[in-house]
Design a protein around this ligand. Structure first.
Ligand code: IMP
Ligand code: MG
Length: 190
């Protein structure tokens, strides 16, 4: 029998409405300023591309790729920069755009690393947050949704590279509380 791996946690309509709301807040908060959005590859790509179209501001985008060591589904807490920014952020208003904050370790590392480059301001915007998993205090200015401690996919967010193209955000719910291996997920189920 096929394990039940899909449950829509947030529909594309929920997400759309929230992204518009965050876009309006950012527009208000940064009025009169030029903003640099820093998207964290690869999960934040879908969120960033929707969000930026709700900003009524002069804005630019750049990307970074950060990886925690290991390919399992729990964060190891050790981050390394795989792809750095192209822009010099000194004196710029920078907003980090992330898909999901789990322990907070990745962003906390990234924040420290970007602060050293002396931006005019540095804030964080995350579509999802799992507060129950936080290991480090992190000031997140914009949060779309707080989600329970479940592994989620869709709207840019992946499991081992898969499922980023789903419009809704799903919780992976394997039977028996164990996460099945990728081939099971890649069934017709999603
Ligand atoms: P953190 O350092 O523990 O906050 O890890 C954040 C990163 O872990 C995110 O950028 C995601 O890439 C990944 N991550 C955390 N939770 C999930 C999840 O539920 N689904 C997919 N990726 C996740
Ligand atoms: Mg990520």
């Amino acid at each position: 029998m096929m394990p039940s791996v899909k449950e829509v946690l947030l529909s594309s309509e929920d997400i759309k409405e929230k992204v518009r709301e965050i876009g309006e807040r950012i527009t208000e908060d940064y009025r009169g300023q030029r903003l640099l959005l820093v998207g964290i590859l690869r999960g934040a790509v879908v969120f960033l591309s929707d969000l930026m179209r709700h900003l009524q501001l002069p804005c630019e985008i750049d990307f970074m790729e950060v990886s925690s060591y290991g390919a399992d589904t729990t964060s190891s807490g050790v981050a390394r920069i795989l792809k750095d920014l192209q822009e010099d952020i000194t004196g710029r208003h920078v907003l980090i755009v992330e898909d999901i904050i789990d322990t907070g370790l990745t962003l906390s590392y990234l924040r420290r690393s970007l602060l050293a480059r002396k931006p005019a301001s540095l804030k964080i915007c995350a579509l999802l947050s799992k507060p129950s998993r936080r290991k480090i205090d992190l000031d997140v200015k914009y949060v779309g949704f707080e989600v329970p401690d479940e592994f989620v996919v869709g709207y840019g967010i992946d499991f081992a590279g898969a499922y980023r193209n789903l419009s809704d955000i799903h919780a992976l719910k394997p039977e028996g509380g164990r996460r099945p291996s990728l081939p099971t997920f890649l069934s017709e189920d999603l």
